[in-house]
Write a protein that binds this ligand. Structure first.
Ligand SMILES: [Zn+2]
Length: 329
């Protein structure tokens, strides 16, 4: 059907462009091929919310009908939704849609500090909150153990099993993170607060080789779940028009959140400031430092002129017809 031609051509052009770019760097680059077969169209499809079906062009006057579940229908019937395109692969249907979002003027900020097994929040009303993520760490530790106990000698089987457990693990951890990020965004939305987080490129440097932390610890701290949590919070925030501010992470975990001098670690994950005597939990201290840095941007007091991030009026999300989770595209 000609409806599919345009998108197919643009997809193929993209692959070819990447190939040409790669070949300029390395003349031995292999011939390009479409790795995942998929059909995308921006035209000719129809969504009938009453019948809960998606009609895709198939043969003249004989559309292919795909049943949609109630969750997808509910989202697509929301106001200000524009449906952009439909992608069909051998196992799922993705519907891409855009929403016009009015950015909120934040009344305050919630700073989020991500740690190995908890999230610590500090907001500009002075509240401190902690969300337990120990479950995510447990899941990861469990799968790490399963993988380390595999005794098959066949490398291909070992690879396949490792991949399978890796997928299962990341799905489970993602679910736990979705729960936490959803709660944070609901709270921010109801109070009209913005969100502040550390810029993660800096975090990796803190935990890189040569910092005397050992390979296993670095592995856990550098794991993708930091990025995944940030990704979730960011797209959920944008979806609601909540501003997201990123601050430089340098020193947030060691500097005193009252006077700014370097603190001394004490027992039970607390820190003590040598100059002002302030004693505080290290995660709380970090969250307060992030909050202070974000507030220094002035995003709350004079939002219009001091906003650092680009205006985000239009966000595109992807909804899989067979899933309840959304992912940014
Ligand atoms: Zn101090």
């Amino acid at each position: 059907m000609s409806y599919y031609k345009l998108c197919a051509i643009s997809k193929a052009t993209g692959i070819l462009r990447n190939y040409h770019k790669a070949r300029r760097k390395n003349p031995k680059t292999k011939d390009p091929y479409a790795r995942r077969l998929q059909l995308t169209t921006c035209y000719g499809f129809k969504i009938k919310t009453l019948d809960k079906v998606l009609l895709l062009p198939f043969k003249p006057n004989q559309p292919l009908s795909i049943q949609l579940n109630a969750h997808v229908i509910r989202i697509l019937s929301e106001p200000n939704i524009q449906i952009r395109s439909v992608t069909l692969t051998h196992e799922r249907v993705s519907i891409c849609y855009a929403k016009e979002v009015e950015p909120i003027q934040p009344r305050g900020l919630i700073a989020i500090d991500r740690n190995l097994d908890n999230l610590t929040l500090a907001d500009s009303d002075g509240w401190i909150m902690r969300k337990d993520l120990a479950r995510a760490t447990e899941v990861k530790a469990m799968y790490r153990q399963i993988r380390s106990h595999m005794r098959r000698n066949d490398i291909r089987i070992r690879q396949r099993v490792t991949e399978k457990y890796g997928r299962k693990q990341s799905e489970k951890v993602k679910q736990i993170l979705h729960h936490a990020s959803k709660q944070i965004i609901l709270d921010a939305k109801s109070r009209q607060f913005g969100v502040a987080m550390e810029k993660l490129t800096g975090i990796r440097k803190l935990y890189r080789k040569g910092n005397w932390q050992g390979r296993a610890y670095r592995g856990r701290m550098n794991s993708w779940s930091y990025y995944e949590l940030q990704r979730q919070i960011e797209y959920k925030a944008h979806w609601e028009g909540i501003p997201v501010i990123y601050v430089n992470p340098y020193g947030t975990s060691v500097k005193c959140s009252i006077c700014g001098l370097r603190m001394k670690p004490e027992e039970n994950r607390t820190l003590k400031c040598r100059s002002c005597g302030f004693t505080v939990d290290r995660d709380v201290n970090a969250a307060r430092n992030i909050l202070a840095r974000a507030l220094r941007f002035g995003a709350v007091a004079s939002a219009s002129e001091a906003m650092v991030q680009e205006p985000q009026r239009r966000v595109i999300l992807k909804v899989d017809a067979d899933e309840s989770t959304k992912s940014a595209s």
